[in-house]
Design a protein around this ligand. Sequence first.
Ligand SMILES: Cc1cc2nc3c(=O)[nH]c(=O)nc-3n(C[C@H](O)[C@H](O)[C@H](O)COP(=O)(O)OP(=O)(O)OC[C@H]3O[C@@H](n4cnc5c(N)ncnc54)[C@H](O)[C@@H]3O)c2cc1C
Length: 406
Amino acid sequence: MRDPEFLVIGAGAAGIAAARTLTAAGREVMVLEGGPRVGGRAHTTHALGSPLDLGATWLHEANNNPLTAFAHDALNHDDVRERHLWLGSRWATPAELDDYAEAEDAFYEALAAGTEGPDRPVSEVVPSGGSWDATVRHWQGAQIQAMEVERLSTHDQVENELDDPNLLLPEGIGTLLTGLAEGLPIRLNSPVERLDWSGPGVVAEGPFGRIRAKAAIITVSTGVLSADSLRFTPELPLAHREAIDGLPMALLTKFGFRCADRLGIEPFHTIRKAVTAADPRPLSFIMWPFGRDHFFGFVGGEFAWELARAGDAATLAAGAAEFRSIFGPVELGASTLSDWGTNPLFLGSYSQARPGHAGARARLAEPVGPLLFAGEATALGLAGTVGGAWREGERAARALIAGNAL
Ligand SMILES: Cc1cc2nc3c(=O)[nH]c(=O)nc-3n(C[C@H](O)[C@H](O)[C@H](O)COP(=O)(O)OP(=O)(O)OC[C@H]3O[C@@H](n4cnc5c(N)ncnc54)[C@H](O)[C@@H]3O)c2cc1C
């Protein structure tokens, strides 16, 4: 095997974007992907008989998302989604939904105001006394950011707040990325175990042997970087190690069930549950996407980690029990779920800056000798998203083309 000019570690959104940019500029690149498929945390399964994304689900902030240009048959979910909020024994009335929406607005206003002064945990700046506040905090924390508000940086959250529109893709975002990776020089099942950057250039070691290149773009998650399964020789500088430590992985687990009964809910509608003392960590559901006979659900934050440690059956049982706590003894068919928390190639769903570490993304993006880090963790503005990862892959590739990090 001939050594390439550049290496890209990982074939998720950032790796695919980096490889496309380098290839388009006529540069020689090899992508080493540890797993058996491309797409990384954007993965579409057909386990329920039709496409279902187990990772990235929406193209958020679609008017400012580099992947929108490729998503020709996308649907704006905001146009067709209606929210249903279960209060334990009945649905919230329209007036109650309005109150809930007001509490959400107050959350965002307080968050924005909270960026005055030092970076504090989100929990310290957002409202807590109102009747909907516990539900809003749970939703904006564990269920959307995949981490509790106590552990989230206010500055990072505001910097990366996502606007509408939110697009859904009928064939899935994983399918989109698989198509965008076609023809690229990607080696699957090739985990990099060690990166020697003592120079000249960089040498990647793994089951494939040793591959030398002038420079490498590293797109693995901060979970993988913290786990030491990919070792660096010499060790990364302190600033980079601190940046990685400042960007721990949150966990959002996604599951889906087939269900023949439409239960009186229209396609694309969302189901949430209010937080109560008896039910402090509810899950959420999205019903019949594209009119299909399945729904999918999310569990995020500490509850997701607990269930991931307990195993797939525990997560699916929790999902089914939550669904039936709303809809009664419904018959559920085939099921599927993600393994982002336990899969050693990811170890979480996306990164979140710790309070006081909002600058970690920019620090991680700074070149270290012949190494450039890129991915959702280094994105500023679209952090944690597939579009942000894509943009970062392009940025890192352009830096190599310009001769930086060499
Ligand atoms: C449940 C869930 C829901 C989400 N929802 C959304 C959403 O709606 N919208 C959105 O925009 N984003 C969403 N995201 C986030 C989005 O999926 C990620 O931010 C994005 O896909 C990350 O891309 P990346 O290229 O940075 O990293 P990855 O996709 O993780 O790519 C890195 C690649 O590196 C590989 N790898 C790991 N270790 C090694 C090694 N040692 N050697 C070689 N290869 C290695 C991995 O297998 C992986 O393929 C969601 C994520 C999850 C998990």
